[in-house]
Design a protein around this ligand. Structure first.
Ligand SMILES: *[C@@H]1O[C@H](CO)[C@@H](O)[C@H](O)[C@H]1NC(C)=O
Ligand SMILES: *[C@@H]1O[C@H](CO)[C@@H](O)[C@H](O)[C@H]1NC(C)=O
Ligand SMILES: *[C@@H]1O[C@H](CO)[C@@H](O)[C@H](O)[C@H]1NC(C)=O
Ligand SMILES: *[C@@H]1O[C@H](CO)[C@@H](O)[C@H](O)[C@H]1NC(C)=O
Ligand SMILES: *[C@@H]1O[C@H](CO)[C@@H](O)[C@H](O)[C@H]1NC(C)=O
Length: 465
């Protein structure tokens, strides 16, 4: 979601993945001397001897070769599609022993936060983090507050061991939230993992991904995202398989052709790139002036300047600007197939007509996925969320700081709309127990639907459960 400045989509999650098994720890004893045993020459088996010798050399190489000590790697976290494409979450483990929590994966913000066990009613009914249960909790005692469009979260900054996709970061700074404004408290939430750059961080911490990308933990200093589509599937469950976040590599089974990278505009903060052309029904929309776009997995739809949004709907006969709760949105006849294409200075990327439909407003009228952003001057002109990102494999690269897009493979496309159990995420090298749900949790969660959420200085709404 486009966080501190203005808009935010906060989605919440009740579900916490069950990770089987009790916490385990393996102990390696280092530097202990071994009794020397004489090998009976008769017992020698050349093959075995050679093998042991080779093992020993390998071990020495690992111990003393410096560079190779640095473990590089890759990992992935299967994610969950909530409320038919409204939001996507993954699972992290935090603390010692590790406990797992579901968090919105948000390339539009840079803070990791979790609701705390001391928060009480305002934090809703999802699992909460309890510092007292972890031996690696370190209180930095710095207060923080993050203003989202629709409200605020506040608490203090702490450090913890955080794990995701098989990677672990010790002393990861994060926010322990002990107050949520009322705009949030109807949404059961455990938290958000911000995947943008540290310069945006309200808690002034380096995001998990950025630590791993910059310290050489990853084979390639980037992460890739594939998001599934259930928006045009009838009877989709509240939670469905959401795709994947690939850390340290791109999964070539999920895309075809090459990845088209675009350098970020200015100093990295958001994943913000130039947008050069937008066409609707084959006609170019005037996006005059400097048009930049934030690539934001944490926003459901696509926000743009009022004049450009009006031009988009001007291509669709029968469309109308929304009023009241729908202010900033437009409705249009559901019978219209709307084709939108984006160009960021390379290939043209098409968005499926299915993704142009945000939701149905009546039997004949649909709410479009493009809405008016109220981000002021100097900010990015567009926020491009999941409505577009479902159509590509997107890559977020640390250096050179850039965003890449590639066409989805048949394998990736075949994952859309497949009704299945939500995946078990890969959390870390060790197993984690599931966060505890405060009492009363599962009871009354209205399954409501989102209207929109959008906010700027004053306004609106977004997702009400
Ligand atoms: C030596 O050990 C290897 C591996 O265990 C075994 O496959 C092989 O048959 C052994 N050779 C002899 C001569 O015992
Ligand atoms: C951490 O520090 C903050 C600020 O001093 C304090 O309010 C909070 O209670 C502390 N948390 C714990 C678990 O000690
Ligand atoms: C790549 O994606 C395919 C299709 O989803 C999956 O089966 C495979 O396990 C993935 N490989 C890696 C290394 O992530
Ligand atoms: C973005 O567009 C502006 C205006 O055309 C240009 O000056 C700038 O170099 C572009 N930035 C990147 C990273 O392409
Ligand atoms: C949903 O939209 C996709 C992309 O346009 C399309 O391929 C698929 O057939 C649609 N599914 C249904 C059930 O209409």
């Amino acid at each position: 979601m486009f966080a501190p400045a203005s808009l935010t989509a906060l989605l919440f999650i009740l579900l916490s993945q069950d990770v089987s098994g009790a916490p385990t720890a393996s102990t390696a004893v280092v530097g202990r001397s071994m009794p020397i045993r004489r090998l009976n020459p008769l017992s020698r088996n050349l093959t075995l001897v050679a093998q042991r010798a080779r093992n020993q050399r390998d071990l020495l190489a690992v111990k003393y070769s410096g560079q190779s000590l640095q473990q590089r790697g890759t990992g992935y976290n299967l994610i969950v599609n909530q409320e038919t494409d409204t939001g996507y979450y993954g699972t992290i483990a935090i603390g010692t022993p590790p406990v797992s929590y579901d968090v919105i994966l948000d390339t539009g913000s840079s803070d990791l936060w979790l609701t705390s066990s001391t928060c009480g009613a305002s934090c809703g009914t999802s699992p909460t983090y309890d510092p007292a249960m972890s031996s690696t909790f370190q209180n930095l005692s710095t207060p923080f507050e993050i203003q989202y469009g629709s409200g605020a979260v506040a608490g203090y900054v702490a450090e913890e061991t955080v794990q995701m996709a098989g990677f672990s970061v010790a002393k990861q700074g994060f926010g322990v939230v002990d107050a949520l404004s009322s705009a949030f408290n109807t949404n059961p939430v455990s938290g958000i993992m911000g995947l943008a750059w540290s310069s945006l961080s309200s808690t002034q911490q380096t995001p998990f991904w950025q630590t791993l990308a910059s310290d050489g933990s990853w084979d390639s200093a980037l992460f890739g995202v594939q998001l599934t589509r259930y928006g045009n599937v009838s009877g989709a469950a509240q939670n469905e398989p959401g795709g994947v976040i690939d850390m340290g590599y791109t999964n070539s089974s999920l895309y075809t052709g090459s990845i088209e990278y675009h350098d970020l505009v200015g100093t990295p903060q958001y994943w913000e790139i130039n947008m050069s052309e937008l066409t609707v029904q084959g006609n170019s929309i005037d996006i005059a002036g400097i048009s930049t776009a934030i690539i934001d997995t944490g926003t459901t739809d696509i926000a743009g300047p009022a004049s450009a949004i009006a031009s988009i709907y001007a291509q669709i006969p029968g469309s109308q600007a929304g009023t009241g709760q729908l202010e900033g949105y437009y409705t249009y006849p559901c019978s219209t197939t709307v084709n939108v294409q984006f160009n960021f200075g390379g290939n043209t990327w098409s968005m499926s007509p299915a993704d142009f439909t945000h939701s149905q407003a009546s039997t004949t009228e649909c709410i479009g996925a493009f809405f008016i952003s109220s981000i002021g001057q100097g900010g990015p002109s567009w926020v491009i969320g999941d409505a577009f990102l479902k159509n590509v494999y997107s890559v977020f690269k640390y250096s050179p700081a850039s965003v890449g897009f590639a066409a989805l493979s048949e394998t990736a496309i075949a994952q859309n709309g497949v009704k299945a159990a939500v995946p078990s995420p890969t959390i870390g090298a060790v197993t984690a127990v599931t966060g505890t749900v405060s009492s009363g949790a599962l009871s009354s969660r209205p399954l409501s639907i989102l209207l929109c959420f959008w906010l700027a200085s004053t306004s609106i709404a977004f997702l009400f459960w």
